[in-house]
Write a new protein. Sequence first.
Lengths: 98, 177
Amino acid sequence: MEDPSGPRERKADDVLKKKDMITDDIVRGLSQALNTSPTDISLDLSLRRDLILDSLQLYEMVINLEEAYEIRLPDELLDEIDTVEDVVNLVYQLTTAG
Amino acid sequence: MHSDIEEMSESLVRIFENVLLTEEKSLSRGYFSDLSLAEMHTLTAIGPYEAKTMSQTAQSLGITTGTLTVSIDRLVKKGYVIRRRDDRDKRIVRISLTKNGKLACRMHSKFHRVLAKRILEPYGEEDRDKLLVLVKQIDVHVAELLARYEGAEAEEKIRSTAKEIADNNNLKDKKEN
């Protein structure tokens, strides 16, 4: 069946799908690292203050994301992130850049 | 009273020794206590991204490939490094970090960043800029000094090789005569 949505709607849909996929990966990774349920991890939580992620756990997540999405997340960029949503947006930006 | 030169000399030596000691102590108490500081620096020279050749890594560490091979053997056994032959040119050996190696490398880089952050923290923007200019000048000066020694070593090697050839030739001449 033909897709009734126009190109702009389809593009917005693609962005949402990709962001959802990245969000799922990050939430799953965090829930495993912190041994907690994925439902306990919401996008507005701070990695360091709310989830109390230590450096080792943070870098484990970073390395997994770098390998899964073939991106680089240097420390200068990691300094800028605070919440789970910041990580999702950063990974999304890097995967779509270039 | 201490002269400027004495103060500078003592501070430089102390900074160098204390940074090394702090690195060693933090390493021995951290997650990667099975690594020596030299091994950690080897991981840093390989880096967390694309694979490096043995000679590239040896050069950036300022050691011979023979010395590096011994260190890489240990790091492979400990599970920090992967060694594989290049797909196209089997003579070339490429080394890269395992996930654990990447983790160690990034944790160690963080140590350096925290150290730098703490040193800069008490200063305002203007003072930081001035401090960075001075530190970079010291860095360049010491690097030039090292290059001069390395140049002299290379020259010495050439001279001794030339001497060996001359001695061998003399020996041959004597035998023939």
